[in-house]
Ligand binder design. Structure first.
Ligand SMILES: O=C(O)CCC(=O)c1ccccc1C(=O)O
Ligand SMILES: [Mg+2]
Length: 366
């Protein structure tokens, strides 16, 4: 059995090399809360430190749980309870977290990520081994913000290019012309809820090389998405609509979409993500402008055999002036290596974390 001895929460902010523009907002600074968990293996007496990150954003435009809400729930609801937890694996830890509150998926995910990392280190297994992923590499895609050009994505051989669009302002003829210029290149479109049900014709006119459309309609529009999915041959993937496993159940019951954007940081953690992957037809791993730590988790999840499309996992040099891991996650011709070391498999750069810290650290001990 495992027991938590100490937890720290460290608010940090990564500086984007280039602002990332979506239909919701423009992100130039990426706040994260780093979670460290000191975990005791009660049988061996051994202790390991695991690292996780809370991936909510600064504001409410993408999801209601933002960084300050995540931290408040961690401090007042989750941490006081889990001090007394004793558990035998990450899955049972996740079940206990889900029982504490159906909300705070980002907060629970950050904590659970650190527990997976620590247990991997204590049991000498990589995250990929723990979750039964396969293969030394995975194919990856890149998300291109609305202000960015696609040239970098094309020259680097990404196996899917995700174009962020705002349906209110995009010129669909130009978009289709651009997409048809590269018939061999796989694309996806992320509308971030900017379509309405009046856009069905535009969706149906998108060329063949658009593999799927992410979150065309609003976060709560399960029924409207179902109507849309029934009237288009294109695959719809839900992102903003899915914040926990209940949302996955709703999506399946309503037939809202054929695909699901898996974001472990937003669905309550790795265990919940694995459950969602088993339940849906076409799961794939979406990005959250995460640090190298979260990106390494995404790579391991992408190596599961059921993953249907290349994930939003671009090179770790792409986004930030300074990252918080020592390794570079290098994309070569649209593929990336799966970290092999114990736990999440990367070395956290503690100097970077301390230099990027924005607010006081919070600590609890048993
Ligand atoms: O990390 C990435 O490469 C994907 C970026 C991305 O599309 C995104 C980034 C921040 C918030 C939401 C989204 C999204 O998928 O909608
Ligand atoms: Mg999205």
């Amino acid at each position: 059995m495992y027991q938590i001895k100490k937890i720290t929460l460290i608010p940090i902010a990564l500086t984007m090399l280039q602002a990332f523009e979506t239909a919701h907002h423009t992100i130039s600074e990426r706040p994260l809360t780093i979670v460290t968990v000191e975990l005791l293996n009660e049988d061996s007496g051994e202790i390991a430190v695991g690292y996780g990150e809370v991936q909510s954003f600064a504001d409410f435009s993408y999801t209601l749980e933002n960084q300050s809400v995540s931290r408040e729930i961690l401090k007042t609801v989750l941490l006081p309870q889990i001090r007394r937890f004793s558990f035998s694996n990450p899955q049972s830890f996740s079940i206990r977290l889900n029982q504490l509150t159906p909300f705070a998926s980002f907060a629970k995910a950050g904590l659970e990520m650190a527990v997976w990392d620590a247990i991997g280190k204590l049991t000498h297994q990589s995250l990929q081994q723990m979750i039964h992923g396969q293969g030394g590499t995975v194919p990856v895609g890149i998300a291109v913000g609305m202000a960015d050009s696609i040239d970098e994505a094309l020259t680097q051989g990404y196996q899917r290019i995700k174009l962020k669009i705002d349906a209110h302002v995009v010129d669909f003829e130009n978009l289709n012309r651009l997409l048809k210029k590269y018939p061999e290149q796989q694309f996806s479109i992320d509308a971030n809820s900017s379509f309405t049900d009046k856009n069905i014709a535009q969706i149906n006119r998108l060329p063949e090389n658009v593999g799927f459309i992410e979150q065309p309609l609003g976060e709560n529009d399960f029924v409207q998405h179902a109507v849309l999915q029934a009237h288009t041959s294109k695959i719809i993937s839900l992102d903003e609509s899915i914040n926990n496993l209940n949302d996955v159940a709703t999506m399946l019951k309503c037939l809202s979409a054929k695909a699901l954007t898996i974001k472990q940081g937003k669905i309550g953690g790795i265990s919940n993500a694995l459950t969602a992957i088993q339940l849906v037809d076409k799961p794939w791993v979406g990005g959250m402008l995460t640090s190298g730590l979260g990106r390494s988790v995404d790579i391991a999840i992408s190596s599961l055999p059921k993953i249907a499309f290349p994930g939003d996992i671009s090179d770790s040099r792409r986004y930030f002036e300074r990252d918080i891991i020592e390794e570079r996650l290098r994309v070569n011709n649209g593929i990336i290596s799966v970290p092999r070391n114990y736990g999440i498999g990367v070395t956290v750069d503690l100097n970077a974390i301390s230099d990027l810290q924005t607010e006081q650290m919070f600590t609890i001990t048993d």
